[in-house]
Write a protein that binds this ligand. Structure first.
Ligand SMILES: [Zn+2]
Length: 190
């Protein structure tokens, strides 16, 4: 199963967006990076593949453009609508009084079954989210929509701003300003 890996502050913002709006978004750079003169990305035959295209009149503007350049590039989203992903978090294995092992999360120091840890989260060594196996996850989401967009910070709608997780997420999105991204929407798995 695929996963989402967010910095902890972003993870918190995404969870809050899911609770408040019923859905959340994340943006990922499109690779390979579409050519500078690309003006649109169009869906191709497969829903997972999108194609960057040069505008038809680009050959007039750029005489060096070869017919093969007209196609631009093929871009595949890392996530697709309908796919289920799990959230990776900082975690450790804790034990209940009866000895049962249960994964516990640094974000709120609760374990997978929902109980709060009785010990401060400060005293433990937490495993990297990178190393979190799916079986220890507690948050699962379904991808509801994936669309390419030329991202402009100043043009983001309040709808998208909220679902990204507000200013916390926006602080990390400035690097994407003026670049082609996948806008990936998701909701909690039912
Ligand atoms: Zn537990």
């Amino acid at each position: 199963m695929k996963s989402f890996l967010f910095k902890e502050a972003i993870l918190k913002a995404k969870l809050e967006a899911l609770d408040k709006y019923g859905e959340a978004q994340t943006r990922r750079l499109i690779k390979p990076i579409p050519q500078k003169c690309v003006v649109r990305i169009i869906p191709s035959m497969s829903p997972s593949h999108w194609q960057s295209r040069l505008p038809v009149d680009m050959t007039a503007l750029y005489p060096d453009t070869k017919p093969t350049d007209m196609l631009g590039g093929i871009h595949k989203s890392p996530y697709l609508p309908g796919e289920v992903v799990y959230f990776k978090e900082s975690w450790r294995i804790s034990h209940h009084v009866n000895g049962d092992a249960c994964p516990c999360y640094r974000l709120d120091n609760k374990c997978q079954c929902g109980r709060s840890s009785l010990v401060s989260s400060m005293i433990f060594h937490w495993h990297s989210p990178l190393m979190m196996p799916e079986k220890y996850a507690r948050t699962f989401c379904t991808i509801t929509d994936v669309k390419p967009e030329l991202f402009r910070v100043k043009d983001i709608t309040s709808h998208d701003f909220n679902r990204e997780g507000g200013q916390t997420s926006m602080d990390f999105l400035y690097d994407y300003d003026g670049r082609w991204v996948w806008r990936i929407s998701f909701k909690r798995k039912e």
